[in-house]
Design a binder for this molecule. Structure first.
Ligand code: GUN
Length: 280
């Protein structure tokens, strides 16, 4: 079998056009505002933040960039977040992670007002996600669900295996798959015999940050494979899934680049519109 490609770039472009049309109906002074805080000079973070800023400009969201030096103190970041919490022009606040060593990201996230928490990382939103409430959902998992929905496959009753247990991807995507009635297994670095667990999966979500970790021999024939990895290997991007061997077994697969990545950014835009009340 040769898998069909889930074209995240195309799907994201379509959603982006819909959001752009929605914003165009909003007067300039009432348009949504997204504040992005970047501390330090991590090159990957600088690229992601640049992409977010560009997307905001393209669809008509006001973007407020706050670049702090890597030497910024915890108190400086907390003070900035508190200021953004009180700024009526700012509807969403994103603090790019990871923060430089020595800074406490949990405390920073806890300072963001839950109704401006565009990443859905605050405990209030994470709690609502798990209890079935009206949560702001983290962007990457929301993008993954849109990619799964694009296949038209009914997820109900499927075995889903999530590899990785981060607060950004692994845990929230597990909650979303559970809400769609999948039987969800979360694997991580201490999981015993991980390949045999992954082999049971109808849906595999790989979010571990290890290039080409999931190989074709771990994929059940016909499975849907979602690759969240963005790893730089010798100047090139590699996913967490070895694409060539996995696509021989899967029914659907996301490429890297052009799969999950573009969806994350467009879902950030969507969450910003939701927080600004432009989207219900
Ligand atoms: N670092 C990696 N992914 C993300 C994300 O989705 N949001 C933030 N704030 N930081 C990240």
């Amino acid at each position: 079998m040769s898998a069909a490609i889930i074209d995240g770039k195309r799907i994201a472009a379509g959603i982006k056009e819909e959001l752009k049309a929605l914003i165009s109906a909003v007067p300039q002074e009432e348009r949504p505002g997204l504040a992005v805080v970047l501390a330090g000079d991590d090159p990957a973070s600088a690229v992601y933040v640049g992409q977010k800023e560009k997307s905001c400009n393209e669809i008509g969201i006001h973007s407020f960039m706050h670049r702090l030096p890597g030497t910024a103190a915890q108190g400086d970041i907390i003070e900035l977040v508190e200021k953004l919490n009180g700024d009526p022009k700012v509807h969403g606040i994103l603090v790019q992670l990871p923060l430089p060593n020595g800074l406490d990201s949990d405390q920073v996230i806890a300072t963001i007002r839950p109704d401006k928490d565009v990443d859905g990382f605050h405990a209030v939103n994470a709690g609502k996600l798990w209890t079935g409430g009206d949560a702001i959902v983290p962007c990457t998992p929301m993008g993954i669900m849109a990619l799964l929905d694009s296949t038209g496959v009914d997820l109900k009753g499927m075995d889903a295996v999530v590899i990785g247990r981060s607060n950004i991807v692994g845990k929230p995507i597990s909650a979303l798959l559970l809400s769609r009635h999948c039987t969800v297994t979360i694997c991580h670095s201490r999981t015993r015999n991980l390949p045999s667990v992954v082999r049971r999966a109808d849906v595999v979500v790989a979010a571990i940050g290890k290039p080409n970790f999931v190989t074709g021999d771990m994929i059940k024939p016909g499975a849907i494979v979602i690759d969240v990895g963005i790893n730089r290997v010798g100047g090139k991007l590699a996913g967490d899934v070895e694409f060539a061997s996995a696509s021989e077994k899967a029914s659907w697969i996301t490429p890297v680049p052009g799969g999950v990545g573009p969806m994350t950014i467009v879902m950030l835009m969507k969450n910003t519109l939701q927080l600004a009340g432009v989207l219900k």
